[in-house]
Design a protein around this ligand. Structure first.
Ligand SMILES: Nc1nc2c(ncn2[C@@H]2O[C@H](COP(=O)(O)OP(=O)(O)OP(=O)(O)O)[C@@H](O)[C@H]2O)c(=O)[nH]1
Ligand SMILES: [Mg+2]
Length: 374
C-alpha cells in the first residue's frame, strides 16, 4: 500500500470581539473535518478577537509571535487562515514564519478546498475545472503582489506608470491563459449537453441527487442503482457526476439517476461557476432528491446552503423531494424530530430513509416513480 504523507496543520481565525470562545471553536468543526479529509493532522488553533484582520499580517503582532513559537515547537507544515485573504497578507505572514519553518505552506479556506478537490479528482473534466478555479483564485494574488513589487522596483518619482504597465501585461497574459482553459472546458460542456439533449429526445427521465457534502448521496445512489461507488466518511468524496439506471420500478431503461458533488457553505462563486458543468445533470433534471443527514445537528443550516446553491445554478424550479437519510442514526430521544422536520419543510414532500439499513427505500422509489408520472 502506498504510504501517504501526513501533514501537521494549525488554524488561525479572526473573530469579532464579542464572539465567545466556545462558539468560535464550534465554528471551526467543519474546517477541521476539511483538514482531516486533506490528510492532515489538526494540531491546534489560534483564535484572535479583533474588529477586522490586520491589513499586513492578518493577525496582530502578539498573536504572530505566539504562532511563530507554535510552528517551531509543534513542527507545523501548513497554516490555514479561516477566511479568503488578501495577497499581501498571505505573503507577509508567510515571510514572517520562515524563521520557524522555511517550507511552511500558508493557505486560506479556498486553497484548502482546492487541494482536497485535487486529491479526489479522477476525471479529466474534474481536473480541468479545478485548474480553472485555481487560476481564478490565484490571479489576484499574482497581480496583488505584482503591484507591491513592480512599484518598488520602479523606485523614484514618475516610475509608477512602468509598474502599472507591467501589471496590465500580466493580467492580460493571465486572462488569455484562463480563456484557453475555459474554451477547453466549454467543449466538454457542449459534449455533455449533447448527451443530455439526446436523452431528453429519447424520453429518458432524470433524477439528480443533491446535498451537502457527506450527507449520504453516494450511499443512496448505490442503493438505487445497484452500483458500488466509494462512499466514505470524508468531505468531497465525490467530485464529478455519475449517472446510473434507477432499479426496481420497472422502466429501468428510461430512468436515470445521477450522483453529484456535495456542497459546502462559503463556497466561492468562482468554484460554483466552474463546477456548473458537473452540475449539468442537476440543471436538466426532471426531479431533484435533496439528500439530508437527519442526525446532523447542523442540518437546517445545511439545507439552506444547498437551497441557495440550487437556485444559484438555475435549478430552483425543478420539483424537489427532501430525502432525510441516516434515519438509523437518530437516537430514540430525538424521534420527535421526524414530525418537527415534516412540519418545518411542509413546502416539500419529505421522506425518511436509511441507505445502509434499507429503511423506506422501496417507498422512496415508488414516490419517485409517482412524482415523475405527474
Ligand atoms: N448509518 C448510516 N450511515 C450512512 C448512511 N448513508 C451514508 N452513510 C455514511 O455517511 C458517510 C458519507 O456518505 P456518502 O454517501 O459518501 O456521502 P456523500 O453525500 O456522497 O458525500 P460527498 O460525496 O463527500 O459529498 C459514509 O461514511 C457512509 O457510509 C445511512 O443511511 N446510515
Ligand atoms: Mg458522494
Amino acid at each position: 500500500m502506498q504510504k501517504t504523507q501526513m501533514f501537521r496543520s494549525v488554524i488561525i481565525d479572526v473573530v469579532s470581539p464579542n464572539t465567545n470562545v466556545a462558539q468560535a471553536e464550534r465554528n471551526l468543526i467543519e474546517l477541521k473535518s476539511l483538514i482531516k479529509t486533506y490528510g492532515s493532522i489538526d494540531v491546534g488553533h489560534i483564535i484572535q478577537h479583533r474588529t477586522k484582520p490586520d491589513k499586513d499580517t492578518f493577525i496582530g503582532s502578539g498573536k504572530l509571535q505566539e504562532l511563530i513559537e507554535m510552528v517551531t515547537n509543534k513542527k507545523i507544515d501548513i497554516l490555514i487562515l479561516n477566511d479568503i485573504v488578501k495577497p499581501t497578507q498571505l505573503f507577509h505572514i508567510t515571510e514572517r514564519l520562515w524563521v520557524a519553518n522555511p517550507d511552511i505552506k500558508v493557505w486560506d479556506r479556498v486553497d484548502l478546498i482546492l487541494h482536497i478537490f485535487e486529491k479526489h479528482a479522477q476525471t479529466t473534466e474534474a481536473r480541468l475545472q479545478i485548474e480553472i478555479a485555481r487560476m481564478h483564485h490565484m490571479g489576484p494574488r499574482i497581480y496583488g503582489l505584482g503591484g507591491t513589487y513592480f512599484s518598488r522596483q520602479g523606485g523614484g518619482i514618475g516610475s509608477k506608470g512602468v509598474g502599472e504597465t507591467n501589471i496590465e501585461r500580466m493580467k492580460r497574459h493571465w486572462r488569455t491563459l484562463i480563456k484557453k482553459k475555459e474554451d477547453e472546458l466549454k467543449k466538454q460542456l457542449e459534449h455533455r449537453k449533447g448527451q443530455v439533449d439526446h436523452r431528453k429526445e429519447q424520453g429518458v427521465r432524470h433524477v439528480a441527487l443533491v446535498g451537502y457534502t457527506n450527507a449520504g448521496k453516494t450511499a443512496l445512489f448505490n442503493v438505487l442503482t445497484g452500483r458500488n461507488k466509494i462512499s466514505e466518511d470524508v468531505l468531497f468524496a465525490t467530485l464529478s457526476s455519475t449517472v446510473g439506471r434507477l432499479k426496481g420500478i420497472g422502466h429501468e431503461n428510461n430512468l436515470l439517476v445521477s450522483d453529484t458533488i456535495g456542497f459546502i457553505q462559503n463556497l466561492p462563486p468562482a468554484l460554483i461557476q466552474t463546477f456548473k458543468s458537473t452540475l449539468l445533470d442537476v440543471i436538466h433534471a426532471d426531479l431533484i432528491l435533496h439528500v439530508v443527514d437527519i442526525s446532523d445537528e447542523l442540518r437546517d443550516r445545511k439545507i439552506d446552503v444547498v437551497q441557495e446553491i440550487v437556485y444559484e445554478i438555475g435549478a430552483g424550479k425543478i420539483p424537489q423531494i427532501l430525502v432525510f437519510t441516516k434515519a438509523d442514526l437518530l437516537p430514540e430521544e430525538r424521534w420527535s424530530e421526524f414530525e418537527a422536520v415534516k412540519k418545518k419543510y411542509a413546502a416539500f414532500p419529505t421522506m425518511f430513509i436509511s441507505s445502509t439499513e434499507d429503511i423506506n427505500i422501496k417507498k422512496l422509489t415508488d414516490t419517485v416513480s409517482q412524482a415523475l408520472e405527474k
